[in-house]
Each structure stands twice: as C-alpha cells, then as structure tokens.
Design a protein. Sequence first.
Length: 220
Amino acid sequence: MKHAPTHDSLRQAEYFSSVAYRSPDHPVVRAYAEPKLDFIRRYVPLSGCILDLGCGNGIFSQRLAREGAFVTGLDLSSHLLAQNPHRILTRGDATMLPFGEGSFDVVFEANLLHHVPDRDRVVREMCRVSRKHVILLEPNRHNPLMLAFSAVVAAERGGLKSSAKRLRQELTGAGMRVAACRTTGMISQNNTPQALIPLLRRFDRQIWWGEYIVVVAEKM
C-alpha cells in the first residue's frame, strides 16, 4: 500500500530536483572519493555485481565500474540520473528495491541515509538484496563543518543524527556484522575549494572528527 508523501519527503524531492553537483571526474570529487574506496578495498573485493544505491550523478558508479564490477545504479531523482554517465541505471525507491533477495555481491550507498525518513527500512532492504557485503558512507555529525552544514540546509538535517555508533547499530540490527568502520577526511565533494586539496589530503586517515563515516559490514 502506498503512503501519502510527508512534508519531509516532498522537501527532499524538491531539493534533488534542482541540486547542482560537481561532475564525477572533478579533481575535488576524485580527492573525496578515492581515499574512501582505498579503505573499502582492504575488506571487500570491489568486483562481481554491485548496487550503487542513491547513485546520484555517478560519483561512485563510474569508479566502481572501472574496478571491473558490474554496477547497477539506482536513484529516485531523475534530475541526478540524467547527469550520471554510467549506462546501467534505474529509477527507484530505496525503501522498496526492485531486486530479488541476494541479487548483488555488494550493496553500497553514499550520503543517502540521512535524506530518508525510514533509515532502518532502507538498511534492511540493502541487506536483503546483498549476498555478502553492505557499505555505508555517511556524514559525521561530530565534524564541526558537517554539523553546521546539516543545521543550515533543511534537506540535510538528517546529518545532525548521523554518527558511527548509529550506523553500526542500524547494520547489526539488520543482522549484519560490522567488519570495519572509519571516520575520515576533510574534503567535501561539492564545497571544498580545489586549492585546498594538497593541505586536506593529510586528513585521509582515521580521525574521530572527520567529515565522513565509512562502515563495511558482512552477512553472518
């Protein structure tokens, strides 16, 4: 049964119908994305079938495909899907994924959960369609810049509740085992000035106040 859209979901839909992001190959985007993938590779082979959930304009879709994986991108925003250069894309709702149980070796999301009202349901769906691994990449509320951004931008308010502890609990609550977790980075793909990249690269390591949280989980 379909539910009437909430005020929050309408606000999110409006936001993602016009938001402007840097292209996947922009130097700042590369500097943001690649250290996270380097960390993930330590625990998960980025091969086989991968679902890029909330794929947006393709920041990770293209990179995962270059690893040799068969990548399917899914997003609810047709505006962002139109900007995604990856070929295998579908429009869909993360709370009702149009895939069978165990359809993918890896299910990955970046900056999606803090935009959805029913986070637990999205995590359960991710676990359902994954054969082995689920990867979450979300903002860290303990970072001052991320905290301020989440407070100022209405559609980003979910970031105020985003923490490593919460992400771990959501995964274990869905029956997953957390294999690795890192808070890291000071490069934001859409806001960091390119000139600051050399300085900010030094923060691509474990720091509790880093801008982002990366959690790798596996089925038990």
